[in-house]
Structure formats: C-alpha cells, structure tokens
Design a protein around this ligand. Structure first.
Ligand SMILES: Nc1nc2c(ncn2[C@@H]2O[C@H](COP(=O)(O)OP(=O)(O)OP(=O)(O)O)[C@@H](O)[C@H]2O)c(=O)[nH]1
Ligand SMILES: [Mg+2]
Length: 339
C-alpha cells in the first residue's frame, strides 16, 4: 500500500504542577518553602529519515501523544520531564495543519526536524515565590497545558529531473505535455508561483518524475523575480533540462539567458550548477526562416559538450526524443556510467 496522505493527531504533554511544601525537620522551626517545580511536558517532533519511504506508520498510529511532566515535590525536587517524542517521516513529506493551505514544513533533506507541538512548561513550586517580605508562600503554578493539533502529512514525489530556465520559456507547457500535471500556463513571466511535479511514462515499465519551477532572472539570488528559493526543489534532482526560448519574437538573447540562469544557480548552490544538463531549445514552431537563435544555442551546447534537443512544447514536436534521452541518461547515471 502506498500511502501518500494521512491525518495525524499530535498531542504534547502537559507540564507538571509546581509543589507547595515546607521544610519540616526537628530543630528547624518554621523551615522555609521547598516545593519544587514541575517537569516540562514532552514535545513532539517530526524528523525526516531517508530509511523510511512511506507514511504508512501513521495510518496505523494516527494519534501520538508525548508524556506529561511529573509534578514537583517537596525538598526542592523538580518533577521529571516528559519525554519528547520523535516521529520519523520520509524525505519529501510536507506538513500542513488540517483545513489550512499553508505548508508548515517541507522535508527536503534527511535529518530535518520540525517541532509540531510543544510540551507545556512545568509550573514553579512555592520555593520560587519566597521573598524577603513573603517568607512562607503557599502559592505555586499549575503546569502549562498540553497542545493538540490535527495535521495532514503528505508525501511528495521527489523529482528526478528539474526544468530550469527564464520565465515564459515554456517550462510549464513542457511538463503539461509530457505528464499529467496541469500547471497554469500563460504568456507572461512568473506564471508559475509554486513548483509543479509530474510523472512521465517512458514505456510500460519505466517512468520518471519531473519538476517545473518558477523562472529565474538576473539577480534572482538577491530576491529579484520570485528569487532562487525554489531551486531547493531541484537540489535532489539528477538531471536538469535547461529550456531556452529560441523564438524570434521573444526579444531575448538565448545565450545571455543561459549564462544568467547558470550564474544564479551557481550562487545558490554550485553543486546544482555541475549537475548533468540537457539543453532544449523551445518554440521552434515559431522559427520560420529565422533560425539564428536556434543555431546559436546548438553551438553553445556543442561547445559545452551538452546534449541538445530542438523542441516545440506547444506542438509536441521533439518531445519523445527528449523523454528517451532523459530516461536513458537516468539509467546511465544509476549505473554510474555518466556523471
Ligand atoms: N509557439 C509556442 N509557444 C509556446 C511554446 N511553449 C510555450 N509556449 C507559450 O509560451 C508562454 C509561456 O509558457 P509557460 O509554459 O507558462 O512558460 P513558463 O516557462 O512556465 O513561464 P513561468 O512560469 O512564468 O516561468 C505561453 O503562452 C505558452 O503557450 C512552444 O513550443 N511554441
Ligand atoms: Mg511556468
């Protein structure tokens, strides 16, 4: 069973109460207050673990509670802390509160930690409230309340392939043609505001996951456009498809665009810049006789030693060849025959 979405109820532990107690010993008349504080209640953390690959555990354990803190005791003894609970989730999990859209945390790497519900604080005992004017306080605090929240955990597919490029070059059009993903497509920059994922079937037995991320522009690392934060979604991909608009109407310089995008990626994470890359020149249906831009990009790919494809995402031209090349490269990467 492949569970991709589960609801979990997480409840932290209540804090232990502070204690009211006075020292009573022979020969120590009117011993002072010595009530200890309660222990903090346990919190619940989610932690990503690469050895786990589904959310099935939560289907059988939808309710998880952390321990409460023990009450404080006389003799200034602090109550025992409630143990924290660490629940392991697969890399690629996102967490939301039930009925809310906002993503609270996106586990992209192993070992990431998210505090889901915090334990109640231990209450202070009467020893704490002693002062020069108040030698025998009878007050203490109750432990902090527990927190209970309903969360939705969702396991996202991790993309094998990332599509990068300037805004409006046709990244979303490409993913919509080769997978079942239905992203927004429009003739203006920054149509894609969040990454889209799609599964591409190569043949009956093979498929790969491809991600379409918002376009990059010069200064993205300084926050221009939508910035480079979405690049983290291609951090774990194995291949990048660098899409370049070669249409004569784009008013862009394809070679310049290529270098700008690479520079922004380099700043974000130089490892991504070194990733296996395939160059795809898009919108070839608009070329007519004006093939200069296409030729320039083909030349660039040759100089860099990168595989090159001329496609029209809109018309579906050249896509099958691109899909096969991606699939073939993924195989070679797996067998470590290319890097
Ligand atoms: N003629 C032609 N138009 C295309 C082609 N591919 C995409 N387009 C058009 O280009 C425009 C932008 O396409 P999108 O797929 O939204 O581009 P994007 O790269 O995802 O853009 P952002 O999300 O803004 O970064 C749309 O009007 C598409 O219809 C193509 O192969 N040929
Ligand atoms: Mg888009």
């Amino acid at each position: 069973m492949f569970v991709d979405q589960v609801k979990v109820i997480l409840r932290s532990g209540k804090g232990g109460n502070g204690c009211v107690s006075f020292r009573r010993e022979k020969r120590v008349p009117r011993g002072g207050p010595n009530g200890g504080r309660g222990g903090d209640g346990g919190s619940i953390y989610l932690i990503s673990d690469q050895n786990i690959n589904s959310l099935v555990y939560f289907r059988f354990h939808p309710i998880n509670k952390a321990k409460r803190g023990a009450h404080g005791e006389g003799g200034n003894r602090q109550g025992k802390r409630g143990e924290d609970l660490y629940l392991r989730v697969p890399v690629g999990t996102i967490i939301r509160e039930e009925d809310k859209e906002e993503i609270l945390f996106d586990f992209l790497q192993p070992g990431e930690e998210f505090l889901a519900v915090k334990g109640g604080k231990g209450g202070r005992g009467n020893a704490f409230f002693k002062s020069s004017t108040h030698q025998a306080p009878r007050s203490s605090e109750e432990g902090g309340e527990e927190t209970e929240k309903d969360f939705i955990l969702e396991l996202k597919l991790i993309a094998d392939v990332g599509i990068i490029g300037f805004p409006n070059v046709g990244k979303s059009t490409l993913i919509s043609k080769i997978s079942a993903a239905k992203p927004a497509i429009a003739d203006y920059p920054f149509t894609t505001l969040i990454p889209n994922l799609g599964v591409v079937d190569v043949d009956e037995f093979k498929s790969f996951v491809i991600a379409d991320i918002p376009g990059l522009i010069e200064g993205a690392h300084l926050g221009h456009g939508l910035g480079i934060k979405f690049l983290k979604h291609v951090e774990r991909t194995k291949i990048l498809v660098h899409l370049i608009d070669v249409s004569p109407y784009s008013e862009r310089e394809p070679i310049e665009d290529f270098h700008t995008v690479m520079k922004e990626i380099e700043v974000f994470n130089s490892q991504i810049a070194k990733r296996y890359q395939i160059i795809a020149a898009n919108k070839t249906d608009l070329l007519g006789k004006k093939k200069e831009r296409l030729d320039e990009v083909r030349e660039l790919a040759k100089k860099k030693g990168l595989p090159f494809f001329a496609i029209s995402a809109l018309k579906g031209e050249g896509l099958q060849e691109l899909i096969y090349a991606i699939s073939e490269t993924l195989n070679l990467l797996k067998e470590k025959k290319v890097s």
